[in-house]
Design a protein around this ligand. Structure first.
Ligand code: AHG
Ligand code: MN
Ligand code: MN
Length: 338
């Protein structure tokens, strides 16, 4: 029996407002809009295989639009809901070279800007493996009433007001964090609503899962290599060997480790010292979520949330997970430095 008394995403965000009589409800509206885009993306993700079978490339769909790649579809959905809403002054996206400033009277009065990776793990779409969406929300620093500016987006991650992700997995889940906590909502397909299924998520302090692309092993620095070696060994301190799990969709990999305990790494390599993942819409939102849940996130030298961004699409090495596993990793990185 499905419990129909659990709070939906909208009900939950409205409940939160009750505790803050001065709140304007703008953040709740933003989350509702992102939830709507996620539901639309979810429908497309679920029929991704069918579209390939039923629609020739270059054909048009019922709305007369060209059948687009899913990440472009997701990008357009997110921009659409945020542009039509009245809580977001502009967006930054993995799919766009530059920020998009909404610049209309209502949007210029909005206090938030939003950054997102519309579809994360998109190489997994064709093979029916979990993918996701990531988002990050900042209060703008430019004056209300004017168009938002690049500075609104280039804020350190610790300034995030909220961050979240959607995982399109065996069920579809939206997880979001504010400073007050991390909560997870599972899409109830019968009523088409995200419903609170994982209240107050805490990242276990210890874990037994490590997630890294082993194919790059010989391109990592010696500290990372030694830590990975240790993950595969039985030691008294760690209780290893750990289990290796790597989906190749960061959203799914970090989601699993957040719930079960574990560490996810995308280190720099000899050819790409800054790794692959993007600071503003991949690393920062996850660093915020995992820290609020009690875990840690660094670039190997510095807390992710303290990095002062200089560019919209900048990349950084990324290590994130359970507190004690992160401490162990850091001790290996430290030893190799000296
Ligand atoms: P995106 O699909 O948004 O480009 O991101 C894919 C990312 C991330 O989700 C994943 O952890 C990583 O790429 C996997 O990269 P490798 O195949 O190099 O391991
Ligand atoms: Mn991505
Ligand atoms: Mn992407």
């Amino acid at each position: 029996m499905i419990n129909r008394n659990i709070l939906t995403l909208d009900e939950f965000t409205l409940q939160q407002l009750r505790n803050f009589p001065k709140a304007t409800g703008e953040l709740s509206r933003l989350l509702r809009e992102i939830g709507l885009a996620a539901k639309r993306v979810n429908v497309e993700v679920n029929k991704a295989g069918l579209v390939d079978i039923l629609g020739d490339e270059g054909t048009t769909n019922v709305q007369g639009e060209e059948v687009k790649k899913l990440d472009v579809f997701a990008n357009n959905q997110l921009i659409g809901v945020l542009k039509h809403g009245i809580s977001c002054a502009g967006i930054g996206s993995e799919e766009l070279d530059d920020i998009e400033i909404f610049d209309d009277e209502l949007s210029n009065q909005s206090k938030y800007v939003c950054l997102f990776d519309p579809l994360d793990g998109s190489s997994n779409i064709d093979v029916n493996v979990s993918i996701g969406t990531i988002f990050s929300i900042y209060r703008r620093v430019s004056p209300l009433g004017t168009p938002c500016t690049k500075e609104d987006f280039l804020q350190p991650g610790r300034k995030q007001v909220a961050a979240g992700y959607i995982v399109y997995g065996s069920s579809t889940m939206l997880v979001y964090a504010t400073r007050r906590g991390v909560n997870g909502f599972t899409l109830d397909p019968q009523i088409g609503e995200f419903s609170l299924s994982h209240a107050n998520i805490q990242c276990p302090k210890d874990g037994k899962i490590y997630s890294v692309n082993h194919g790059n092993f010989f391109l990592y620095n010696s500290g990372v290599k030694k830590y990975i070696d240790a993950c595969q060994k039985k030691t008294k301190e760690t209780g290893g060997p750990y289990t290796q799990r790597y989906i190749g969709s960061m959203v799914s990999d970090v989601h699993r480790n957040l719930i079960k305990g574990g560490i996810f790494m995308y280190p720099g390599t000899t050819d790409k010292p800054n790794g692959k993942l993007r600071l503003l819409y991949e690393c920062n939102p996850f660093a915020f979520i995992v820290e609020v849940a009690g875990g840690k996130a660094t670039n190997g030298e510095q807390r992710i949330l303290d990095i002062e961004p200089t560019e919209l699409h900048q990349r950084c090495p990324f290590f994130i997970g359970s507190e004690n596993m992160m401490a162990e990793l850091e001790s290996y990185l430290e030893k190799e430095k000296s």
